[in-house]
Design a binder for this molecule. Structure first.
Ligand code: PEP
Length: 248
């Protein structure tokens, strides 16, 4: 089963009107392969700007976070219905920076994932283990726990893309080897076979994230269960286009 190659760019809390316009302009000008799905996630204050500047529409725009309510007294939160109103049809959930810094629980992330999906916003669901957990040999137990919170309340995974992002590889310059990534992605898919069924598990895309750059992206080319990347730092640089083209 062929899964479409997917590259996400997570800008995190970086950028200005000027720099983000220039990044999007570069993407507008680049000849991006039509068989790669590209989604960029600018900071919330710039989502409207990104939608307007995304003139070629070869990429889709994503939020970095979403709330599990449509509207109301939830100061500072972002509703999926507001995202759709803006022309934003994707969101990240469960990024490790939100899990660790903002202390979001597996259950809360699952609720936000479900609410986004129920309201027509597709989700890049981020999962991954800390260095301590990796050293203790519990990587697949951690990713299973994070996934199970979602599969308990979400049965249709059509509009979910999973991003496996080992916390120790995010922003450190220490990417997982393609062999290690493949082994974990296979473990994640095997787990999904048991929880959401073989048919859905075969279709869901599993991205690798953690210090991916223009140089190391081609290393993952022949890895059967690595269906793309979620890119942080390098998505703000021109090499993001090289990553998008790394499967050509
Ligand atoms: C991320 O923030 O999702 C990420 C993978 O960051 P980086 O590529 O900078 O490691």
């Amino acid at each position: 089963m062929a899964r479409q190659f997917f590259v996400g760019g997570n800008f995190k809390m970086n950028g200005t009107k000027e720099s983000l316009t220039s990044i999007i302009d570069n993407l507008n000008k680049a000849e991006l392969p039509s068989n790669v799905e590209v989604v960029i996630a600018p900071p919330a204050p710039y989502l409207g700007l990104a939608v307007t500047e995304n003139k070629q529409k070869t990429v889709a725009i994503s939020a970095q976070n979403v709330f599990n309510k449509a509207s109301g007294a939830y100061t500072g939160e972002i509703s999926p219905t507001q995202l759709k109103d803006l022309g934003v049809h994707w969101t990240l959930t469960g990024h490790s920076e939100r899990r660790t810094i903002i202390k979001e629980s597996d259950e809360f992330i699952a609720e936000k994932t479900k609410f986004a999906l129920d309201n027509g916003v597709s989700v890049i669901l981020c999962i991954g283990e800390t260095l301590e957990e990796r050293k203790s040999g519990v990587t697949l137990e951690v990713t299973a726990r994070q996934l199970d919170a979602v599969s308990k309340i979400v049965s249709d995974w059509t509009n979910i893309v999973i991003a496996y992002e080992p916390v120790w590889a995010i922003g450190t310059g220490l990417a997982a080897t393609s062999e290690d990534a493949q082994e974990t992605h296979k473990g994640i898919r095997d787990h999904l076979v048991k929880t959401i069924g073989a048919e859905q598990a075969a279709k869901v895309r599993i991205l690798y994230g953690g210090s991916v750059n223009g140089k190391n992206a081609p290393d993952f080319k022949d890895k059967a269960d690595v269906d793309g990347f979620l890119v942080g730092g390098a998505s703000l640089k021109p090499e993001f286009v090289d990553i998008i083209k790394s499967r050509l």
